[in-house]
Write a protein that binds this ligand. Structure first.
Ligand SMILES: NC(=O)CCC(=O)C(=O)O
Length: 271
């Protein structure tokens, strides 16, 4: 599989419409790839909370990002994980990922489950998703997670239990914690024995400098490709057969103990 992560610069000075047009052109330029990935909340900016209400969009034909990305996926004939958008559903907002197939058909959506902000920002403004989402493709089963989700390994284990081989994680991670992003992305690859495609934003918006540092990691934890801090398209050839091979060679998922005893429960009593 050839995958490209479009590490888009997201700034306060560019309009959402201009950024959408630029992102669509970058996706169209990836004809020949199998899978293209964009970052988290790139139309509005993940840290530009003031723009979320006005930039929110329905997941339907009236959604400008959905429309533009569907056309771009079809034109390049690629699977497209179009990052996430601020979804408006009635009065609620969600941080929602969109996955399109090679014909531009929407094949999966994922509402981010773990909201960042410790009761402020995303945690205050957005509603939480409730569903674990995988998307079957001819490349393998994609498992969807977004940015802060990386800190919650139980979600990734649930994705693997649901058949995931390729974890796709759009992000808008702050530059000051770039090393944590790198460690968490690699940890999820090693622990789940899965390919991880982690596409972060670049640039500065809402006062937050973005880490960039998008990563393609194989199921052994090896970094196959890593982006710098600025806007770039990171492309890597990924051997998806390695997932089954490594799971057979080192069967840690088979060796799980599902019912861990409560502390002290396994200890025999005195005498
Ligand atoms: N957009 C995010 O989810 C940010 C997550 C983050 O900054 C962190 O986990 O640290």
């Amino acid at each position: 599989m050839r995958a490209s992560l479009v590490q888009l610069e997201v700034s306060d000075t560019e309009s959402a419409d201009d950024r959408r047009a630029r992102a669509a052109a970058l996706v169209r330029g990836r004809a020949g790839d199998d899978l293209v990935v964009l970052p988290e909340l790139w139309p509005t900016g993940a840290w530009a909370y003031d723009d979320w209400r006005t930039g929110a969009e329905p997941i339907g034909i009236d959604g400008p990002t959905l429309r533009a990305m569907s056309v771009a996926a079809r034109s390049a004939a690629v699977w497209l994980h179009a990052g996430t958008v601020v979804e408006r559903d009635g009065g609620a907002l969600y941080n929602t990922a969109l996955v399109f197939d090679r014909t531009g058909a929407l094949r999966g959506t994922y509402r981010k489950i773990h909201r960042y902000g410790f009761d402020t920002g995303e945690a205050a403004w957005m509603a939480a998703g409730r569903d674990v989402v995988t998307v079957p493709t001819d490349l393998g089963e994609l498992g969807l997670a977004t940015c802060y989700d990386l800190r919650f390994p139980e979600l990734f284990r649930a994705l693997v239990d649901a058949g995931t081989e390729i974890l796709v994680v759009p992000g808008a991670w702050p530059a000051g914690r770039r090393e944590q992003w790198r460690i968490l992305v690699r940890a999820r690859a090693v622990e789940e024995q899965a390919v991880v495609l982690a596409c972060c934003a670049a640039g500065t918006h809402g006062g937050m400098e973005q880490a960039g540092g998008s990563l393609v990691v194989d199921p052994w934890g090896t970094v196959l490709a890593e982006a710098g801090a600025g806007e770039e398209v990171l492309t890597a050839e990924v051997d998806t057969d390695a997932v089954a091979a490594i799971r057979a060679e080192l069967p840690v998922l088979r060796d799980r103990v599902l019912a861990i005893p409560a502390p002290g429960a396994g200890r025999s009593g005195p005498g």
